[in-house]
Design a protein around this ligand. Structure first.
Ligand code: 13P
Ligand code: SF4
Length: 363
């Protein structure tokens, strides 16, 4: 069972790792295709996207071939905030979301008139799994004096209970804004991101206890050793990483913010603490730089997904083609729930449109 902890009186409980493992066991990586077959799939998918007035929206953690296909076919690759914005703004009838389930659900909530498909409906997220809507609602009921801020990596039902939805690129700015209004925050589900925001802003935050199974594996001690090997390198980290890792990092930010920081960095060597899928875009935007993955547990690794999200990895050309051709794996969100979840999601998008988002640190 999940546990909750507050910044004042911590009663730390562990996340539901058994449940996460059960989902992980279903996350099978697709087969590698030969060059000719890959070419045929790409051509057929492009044709179907045209015929169905569909756009492919992919996350930076998905396979490079899907990211390229999204770009080449007039779709989009981005972080989770940008994916939501693109999905809402584009005039396609069909959105095919290559990512994980919460991304497909956000797209459907923001564009109820569009058909939203996903290559697989099995692609979930450890944060979503570890924040069940009923337990979360009970927690909120116990703290009616707090403004409820939830990470986008949650189910539609959890979003529907929130005052604000945020992604990693906007979370600090939104909590700072709430603090200025004298609000106390109830935060869920990522404890690392929550405590990073708490430390950076000084906000009064009550935290749910869940973590990303990928980022949680980055090790501060290994990173400090790596810094000795590459003394001139910049360290860029996603805020879902543990606090000891974030303390060493030069820049902490969302996937897009990491990419922008790498591009602008004066350093030629860059150590990156996030999913390895991002390396495809990093190499495109700064081909002259050397990118190094931050260490996980190395040879002693107990993780099943060292720096590679097993659920993002389930998206493939084969599953994408099948969902488009059969119009299968459609995302449905019950209309009443969607209307409720739309309010905090739209609040985030409006806030993003009216504010220049800040990135912490310098590389
Ligand atoms: P971004 O919003 O930075 O793309 O992160 C999404 C995510 O799931 C990171 O693990
Ligand atoms: Fe969820 Fe972590 Fe995968 Fe992102 S990388 S989708 S937070 S499990």
């Amino acid at each position: 069972m999940n546990q909750i902890k507050s910044n004042e009186n911590s009663t730390a409980l562990s996340a539901d790792s058994v449940l996460v493992r059960e989902y992980l066991d279903r996350a099978v990586r697709p087969n590698v295709l030969d060059e000719e077959t890959e070419k045929t799939y790409k051509a057929n998918i492009k044709q179907l996207l045209l015929e169905k007035n569909a756009r492919l929206v992919a996350h930076y953690y998905t396979d490079a071939v899907l990211q390229d296909l999204a770009e080449e076919s007039g779709g989009f690759v981005g972080d989770s905030l940008e994916m939501a914005r693109f999905g809402q703004d584009c005039d396609a009838e069909v959105l095919v979301v290559a990512g994980v389930k919460f991304m497909g659900e956000s797209a459907k909530i923001l564009s109820p008139e569009k058909t939203v498909l996903m290559p697989t409906l099995e692609a979930t997220c450890s944060l979503d799994i570890a924040c069940p809507a009923d337990k979360f609602a009970a927690f909120c009921d116990q703290h009616p004096d707090r403004t409820v801020v939830v990470y986008a990596n949650t189910s539609a039902a959890v979003k529907a209970r929130a005052d604000w939805v945020v992604t990693s690129s906007i979370a600090l700015d939104v909590v700072e804004h709430l603090m200025e209004q004298g609000k106390k925050v109830l935060w869920a589900p990522d404890k690392h991101l929550g405590s990073y925001i708490q430390k950076t802003t000084g906000a009064d935050m009550l935290l749910w206890d869940a973590a990303c199974i990928v980022h949680e594996e980055f090790k501060a001690r290994g990173l400090a050793d790596m810094r000795k090997l590459y003394p001139d390198a910049a360290i860029l980290a996603h805020p879902e990483s543990p606090s000891a890792v974030l303390e060493i990092a030069d820049v902490v930010g969302s996937t897009t913010q990491i990419i922008n920081a790498a591009k602008q960095s004066t350093k030629s060597e860059i150590i990156v603490a996030t999913d390895q899928g991002i390396f495809h875009r990093l190499q495109q935007v700064a081909p002259e730089k050397t990118f190094i993955i931050a260490p996980t547990a190395g040879n002693d690794a107990t993780c099943r997904s060292c720096a590679q999200c097993p659920w993002m990895g389930m998206n493939s050309l084969q599953s994408l083609y099948a969902s488009l051709q059969e119009t299968s794996n459609e995302i449905h969100v019950e209309p009443e729930l969607a209307a409720q979840a739309m309010i905090p999601l739209q609040r985030m998008l409006d806030f993003a449109a009216n504010n220049q988002l800040k990135v912490r640190g310098k590389a």
